[in-house]
Design a protein around this ligand. Structure first.
Ligand code: MRU
Length: 349
């Protein structure tokens, strides 16, 4: 399995995704500050992987804290929570993971647990989240595989694979599961300007699994859909609002509109930690604006004239009406999503 991130006795080891596909190198983080930098610089990226990375960062925060009293311990932990929460605003898994770790921490402190007991419990919690993420991806794969064509081409956008999770992937997990069940799937991977997660990462990890893959420039899907060359679309998500609106990598909305125009099913695969019932619609989802240099330069080489205006919103929102189904680890959600999401939330309360 692709070692996206891993808890080790020395710290958290990350596969450096900024170097893929040409170099397979690793970075070791031993402090929450290092984990925060690793998230903002996209050494690790993808909503579920960001969440578990933050949880591991908080386990490191407890381990490396020099606090002498419970109050100092709580203060330093809260500082690390704020630091990690400030890394990437759109993926709700980040805030979900921080909140889960914060609750465990607060509960133990309130119960009078020793700092060492808190440390080992936080490490166990972060490691459990890692395992749960892989299990959720496999479950999504099992539910989603049924939706894939027995034979045909499936388009995906960005990277919602093993590299965006703790392993197996959400959208690519669905494709993997379909292939494991004998379906003959060819993947079209949108290159995903400007950070090229599709061209660099999706292509790399699918090739490692011998799944036939073709990279498309982002502007090629429309024409291929019109020619009948794409049978389904499956993507991941960074946040799904209570009404089923989906925030995902910039460009996803355009793919969804195209899929509707051409009568192609558009599926979103995401764990429940990506569903944010507290955000009513996609309009309320914060969209990260990243540095202009990701658009102006490629591989250190300038592409645009000096001083030209640049926009770089990293995500867009696909209205729920374009989504054929949301594939979760607990099964499929269908429209109307306000009802199916609310029912799923109340089933867990
Ligand atoms: O900016 P990124 O690379 O973190 O964006 C990733 C995506 O948009 C993914 O599709 C999403 O996080 C789902 S990953 C399973």
């Amino acid at each position: 399995m692709i070692p996206t991130l891993e808890w080790t006795p020395a710290g958290v080891r990350f596969l450096d995704q900024t170097k893929l596909p040409l170099e397979e190198t690793y970075l070791l983080a031993t402090t929450p500050d290092e984990v925060a930098t690793i998230i903002t610089t996209m050494v690790v990226r993808g909503a579920p992987a960001i969440g578990v990375s933050a949880a591991m960062g908080l386990a490191l925060a407890a381990n490396s804290s020099t606090a002498r009293t419970a109050a100092e311990f709580a203060e330093s932990f809260a500082t690390s929570c704020r630091l990690l929460a400030d890394t990437r605003p759109t993926a709700v898994n980040l805030f979900w993971a921080i909140e889960r770790m914060r609750r465990v921490f607060a509960g133990l402190l309130a119960a009078g647990a020793s700092m060492d007991a808190v440390r080992s419990r936080l490490e166990a919690e972060a490691r459990a989240m890692y395992e749960e993420d892989i299990a959720a991806c496999r479950a999504m794969g099992a539910f989603g595989a049924e939706l894939m064509p027995d034979e045909g081409t499936v388009l995906t956008h960005c990277n919602a694979g093993a590299l965006a999770t703790c392993g197996y992937g959400t959208a690519l997990g669905v494709i993997r599961a379909a292939v494991e069940r004998g379906k003959r799937i060819h993947v079209f991977a949108d290159e995903t300007r400007p950070f090229l997660q599709g061209a660099r990462l999706t292509a790399w990890e699918l090739m490692a699994d011998n799944i036939p893959t073709t990279v498309l420039c982002d502007n090629m899907a429309a024409s291929l859909m019109r020619q009948g060359r794409i049978q389904a679309v499956v993507v991941g998500a960074d946040r799904i609002a209570a009404n089923g609106d989906v925030a995902n990598k910039i460009g996803t909305y355009g793919v969804a509109v195209l899929a509707r125009e051409h009568g192609i099913p558009f599926y979103v695969a995401a764990p429940w930690s990506t569903i944010d019932p507290a955000t009513p619609t996609g309009d309320a989802i914060p969209i990260e604006e990243r540095a202009a240099v990701e658009v102006t330069h490629h591989g250190g080489r300038q592409l645009t004239p000096h001083g030209v205006g640049i926009r770089n919103p990293a995500f867009d929102v696909t209205p729920a009406r374009y989504v054929t189904a949301i594939i979760t680890e607990r099964g499929l959600l269908r429209a109307p999503y306000l009802g199916s999401i609310a029912a799923g939330v109340s089933a867990t309360q």
